[in-house]
Design a binder for this molecule. Structure first.
Ligand code: MMA
Ligand code: CA
Length: 277
């Protein structure tokens, strides 16, 4: 304390002396004060410069560590992008596989239904009807349902029946009508309704328009026509066909006899079992 008081007093004294000597110092005093300011500025700048240098070093190290992270992240991004692409490819493959399997499944289901109906045919008519014919009440029926069988005119369809010792279908009872339509629907499960999907029967009105006669010569008594049929469209429809219609008792249509349709044959059960050659 004593020392600082003393130096304070000394300073005051010096100040006074300087004031007294003001006249002598007026020339050099501003120079000293400028030197002081310059040196102060220099100090400040040196300080700032070293701060900046250290900040720069810090920023540089941050920059290089960020560059490093950026590289790592970019690599990760590249890897992930690759993964995504390969997953996308897998997904496409899987989707395709799934579609293939589902269509295969559909085909197999169809095949299964066909085979099941063939099994029941075999169990029912083993040896009594030709292969692929259906037995009902001692009568064998052939339904030309296969896509491999082309549509034919009424007369050409009838010819096919005759080749097998049969003739076109004659429907004698309501039960037979229901059996025919039900069987058609079972066999043609995947066929959408269309008038070209009819099956010729042994029924015509070509002798007297409007008088329908079965092949066995009997007049048709009960007709299971679709609504609006028979309409003898264009005055040219003298042959009757049965369809896999929703309502089994509204399933007939008259069509031009030359028109290509499928057909149904009918024949009494063979007494002798069929021997496949
Ligand atoms: C129409 C209708 C039937 C006729 C067919 C044949 C699509 O159905 O008039 O009665 O038999 O055409 O072309
Ligand atoms: Ca018609």
């Amino acid at each position: 304390m004593a020392t600082s008081e003393t130096s304070e007093n000394k300073a005051k004294q010096t100040c006074n002396e300087l004031e007294i000597q003001e006249d002598f110092t007026t020339d050099i005093h501003p120079l000293y004060s400028r030197i002081d300011r310059v040196s102060e500025t220099h100090n400040t700048l040196t300080l700032n410069s070293s701060r900046i240098s250290s900040q720069l070093a810090h920023l540089q190290s941050e920059h290089s560590s960020l560059t490093e992270s950026r590289k790592t992240l970019q690599n990760k991004l590249d890897e992930d992008t690759k993964k995504i692409t390969s997953l996308q490819q897998n997904l496409n493959t899987m989707t395709k596989l799934k579609n293939d399997l589902s269509s295969q499944n559909q085909n197999l289901q169809q095949e299964k239904r066909k085979l099941q109906s063939q099994i029941s045919n075999l169990e029912d008519n083993c040896g009594r009807c030709l292969p692929n014919w259906v037995l009902m009440n001692n009568t064998c029926y052939y339904f030309a349902v296969s896509d491999a069988v082309l549509r034919k005119s009424w007369a050409a369809g009838r010819q096919e029946c005759k080749k097998n010792g049969a003739d076109l279908l004659v429907i004698n009872t309501k039960e037979e009508q229901e059996f025919i339509v039900d069987t058609l629907k079972t066999l043609r499960y995947n066929l959408r309704f269309h008038y070209t999907n009819g099956f010729w029967m042994g029924l015509k009105d070509d002798h007297t328009e409007g008088t329908w006669k079965w092949l066995n010569g009997t007049n048709m008594t009960a007709g299971y026509w679709m609504p609006g049929e028979p309409n003898d469209d264009n005055a040219a429809e003298d042959c009757a066909a049965v369809y896999p219609a929703a309502h089994p008792l509204r399933a007939w249509n008259d069509a031009p006899c030359s028109y290509p349709l499928k057909w149904i044959c009918e024949k009494e059960v063979d007494i002798t079992p069929h021997n496949p050659q």
